[in-house]
Design a protein around this ligand. Structure first.
Ligand code: DGL
Length: 266
């Protein structure tokens, strides 16, 4: 039996979309949710500086929380540093995230797929390699959004979102070519599922929106040494989960949101 937590790391509140799936699959586990809000948004960072920052943070986080595994649901971080993290901390299991290009390529009927992500994720070699590896038979459009992650933060914090702005940000995902239309949009940023209903509402035609949250949570579950069965009767983990903000001072509404997700601020 282990009491070591599962650590989840994101640039902001986006990873909560994965935490809620992870909770369903691993109700007996303890979670430590880390938001690097002092550096948010990651999307615009230069790669070497962001990489050094995340590697530096992890040294301290692993020492402080001694997690059994670490999950990096943040696409912008994972596509940049997952290999470096594994090298820097050998023996510690990391679950990364990559844009769901492979499942999209397998599922598309029209052959037109779009990947909606931060500008950072869109320009990563990692993302380009996924297309070459898995999606040569279809047309993949990479759409980098400067604003959606921040809009999702504001929406979750203040309950407000400008629908016309959502519409404008997702518009480049929709292509018509030779009588065919985009039929899948990959949500390759943890923040975006929070805006999924607004995206559906403002999309020019219906598409399949791929949210990898459940798949990431399942991968994390598969890496755990014990499945929590033995804890089930007497140790409910809920209520002991922590949220860490690297700024040390999250907005009041963000703190409330963490409470809503069952996380106490550390
Ligand atoms: N949540 C992040 C992702 O999944 C990015 C948001 C940002 O910091 O720009 O890519």
């Amino acid at each position: 039996m282990t009491d070591r937590p599962i650590l989840m790391f994101d640039s902001g509140i986006g990873g909560l979309t994965v935490l809620r799936e992870a909770r369903v699959l691993m109700p007996d586990r303890r979670f430590v949710y880390v938001a690097d809000d002092a550096a948010f948004p990651y999307g615009a960072w230069e790669e070497p500086a962001l990489s050094a920052r995340i590697l530096g943070l992890f040294g301290g986080l692993l020492e402080r929380f001694d997690p059994e595994i670490s999950v990096i649901p943040c696409n912008t971080a994972s596509t940049l540093v997952i290999d470096a993290l594994r090298q820097a901390f050998p023996g510690h299991p990391f679950v990364g995230t990559v844009p769901a290009i492979k499942p999209a390529a397998e599922r598309t009927r029209s052959g037109l797929v779009s990947v909606l992500a931060t500008p950072g994720t869109v320009k990563r070699q990692y993302t380009r390699d996924l297309i070459t590896q898995w999606a040569t038979k279809c047309h993949v459009r990479l759409v980098g959004s400067d604003r959606l992650a921040q809009m999702a933060e504001t929406y979750m914090r203040d309950g407000f979102v400008d629908e016309q702005a959502v519409k404008a940000e997702i518009a480049p995902c929709f292509i018509e070519r030779d009588g065919r239309r985009t039929d899948i949009v990959v949500l390759a940023c943890t923040h975006y599922p929070f805006l999924a209903n607004r995206m559906r509402k403002t999309a020019p035609w219906p598409v399949d929106w791929i949210d990898p949250a459940e798949a990431i949570a399942r991968r994390a579950l598969s890496l755990l040494k014990s499945d929590g069965q033995e804890r089930r009767s007497n140790t409910p983990a809920f209520g002991h989960d922590l949220a860490i903000f690297t700024s040390g001072k999250p907005h009041f509404a963000t703190a409330r949101l963490m409470q809503g997700f069952g996380l106490s601020l550390a």
